[in-house]
Design a binder for this molecule. Sequence first.
Ligand code: G3P
Length: 224
Amino acid sequence: MSEPLVVVNCKTYASASGLASTALVDALAKVNSDGVRLVLAVSAFDLHALATAHPRLEFWAQHLDPVGQGSYTGWLEPETAMERGASGTLINHAEHKVDLDHVERLLGQLDGRIQTCACAADEAEAKALAGLAPAMIAVEPPELIGGDVSVTSADPGIVQDTVRLVKDINADIMVLCGAGVKTGEDVNAALRLGAEGVLLASGVTKASDPAAVLQDLVDGARGA
Ligand code: G3P
């Protein structure tokens, strides 16, 4: 079984973007994450600087577009993201929805060179995405995102059902859950429900001591 995964999504939080991202990631890099796979999904603007400063950490893009190199002003083009240090990407996040065709074309273009974590609002969307065989699917009920109640307590059934439905379609797809995840106990609960990791943001980006929160999250993943 692979290491449990903790993905921290920096979104566009001021505390986790631009110059602030340097201080944040410097602090998070000090966390002892042995035995846990830690990933930071960062702003495209920050990717290169962070990946260069922390070659041992894993950085993902928050979104990519299935476009080539050329006449695509303003799009997030995958080859450059990879060259600049992205080892994976989120796609179809609740805050950046795309259609299934976008996901399918992106997966085809990446061709497994980096991992793709497709986000789903519910079981039905997770099922549809599973048919496209991304490396991971993260189920996140939109109404719980940014809130104080973890999906693992508010709706444990959606985690269990998503794991079952996705694994029935393709057992190789890792299933994560997210929304409201803030503590090691939340991570522990996610793993007990069958998820292989968590996707979270505000628990770390809004914390007064982000490194302490991340240490707790990682310890929770280890304790499962
Ligand atoms: O991408 C993670 C996310 O949407 C969940 O956000 O703030 O509820 O951890 P948050």
